[in-house]
Design a protein around this ligand. Structure first.
Ligand code: GAL
Length: 325
């Protein structure tokens, strides 16, 4: 027998100036308590026994329909990161998308997956408890073709792991790339300045001043070289990071460490990219770090990047594991 459980509840959140009634779920183990809710299929908190919350907290109480919402903890889709010039073509058809980031489409468009109310189903299997969130994004949603049935399951395991499992199926050829947008802070407060990050990436995707992804470059000799643990402070940190690192296919993707407490989070994923975003536009600045496992940015327009095309009969899958110690 394990001591895993799911506690369910209801809450009211602010959404577009009114109150939206939502369902909350706490996945509980001996050492961790992960809180998720159906609005945006969001990871709201990951708490240690002493109450320290490892994700940047003040999502509670904010208006989650606001345009500067920061996507905190939400599930992102249909397409995480940027699609340049808010368009792509597939099978000879051009698909204009909602442009919500200057000329680009960011995180699925203005009404991305973080804005949706998902259906929720608590789950239990040997050694894990979870919640599966599912949603239908209709044909033409934000400009994307085909109906897309998407799901994400959060699992908490008896081995101190928090697992995100994504799935999607479609009824017409489309593109899909999902992620989670939690801002991690292993101190539970303040900024990430006493954190150290290691990433298994020899290359990163450079961008221009409009954040249009450009060349893939070597990290050697740059401030993007996280192959050895690198502090998230000091001159190299500059204004912070907001870049996609190209993950090497084997080994853990990343390890985040907090020096003073010795807390560590290791990430494993089957995705090719890791967007490292140090909450540069949040208040307080650098209050957390997004480690968003995902497809490479602008892949729908980049035949040189791994394909993000999903066709009827296929299933999009992603698994990302976070291990705490
Ligand atoms: C990140 C993205 C940033 C910023 C942020 C949301 O994933 O890389 O440029 O848009 O989301 O505030």
């Amino acid at each position: 027998m394990d001591s895993l459980g799911v506690e369910t509840g209801v809450a009211g959140i602010r959404f577009g100036g009114s109150t939206r009634s939502i369902q909350t779920f706490a996945l509980v183990s001996e050492t961790l308590r992960a809180m998720v809710w159906d609005q945006g299929a969001t990871l709201v908190a990951v708490e240690l026994e002493d109450g320290t919350n490892l994700v940047q907290a003040p999502v509670v109480g904010d208006d989650l329909a606001a345009t500067d919402r920061g996507y905190r903890g939400s599930t992102i889709g249909r397409y995480a990161n940027r699609i340049a010039n808010a368009r792509f073509s597939l099978g000879g058809t051009d698909y204009p998308l909602d442009a919500n980031d200057g000329l680009h489409t960011l995180h699925g468009g203005e009404i991305g997956f973080d804005q949706l109310l998902w259906r929720a189903e608590p789950l239990k299997r040997t050694g894990s408890v979870g919640v599966r969130f599912s949603v239908r994004s209709p044909d033409g949603d934000q400009g994307f073709p085909g109906n897309l049935d998407a799901a994400v399951t959060y699992w908490l395991t008896a081995a101190n792991e928090l697992v995100f499992e994504y799935e999607a199926v479609c009824d017409a050829p489309t593109v899909v790339a999902m992620t989670n947008h939690a801002y991690w802070n292993l101190a539970g407060q303040g900024t990430i300045s006493e954190h150290i990050l290691q990433v298994n990436a020899d290359r990163f995707v450079d961008m221009d001043e409009l954040k249009t992804p450009t060349e893939v470059r070597s990290v050697a000799g740059t401030r993007f070289d996280f192959r050895l643990p690198r502090p998230l402070s000091g001159p190299d940190f500059g204004d912070g990071y907001d870049h996609c690192l190209v993950l090497e296919p084997s080994g853990p993707a990343a390890v985040l460490m907090h020096g003073p407490s010795g807390r560590r989070m290791m990430i494993e994923t089957d995705q090719p990219g890791l967007q490292v975003y140090t909450a540069n536009n949040l208040q307080p600045r650098h209050c957390g770090i997004g480690l968003e496992t995902q497809a490479l940015p602008n892949s729908p327009n980049r035949p040189d990047f791994p394909s993000v095309v999903l066709r009827p009969g296929e299933t999009y899958r992603q698994v990302t594991r976070h291990r705490f110690s």
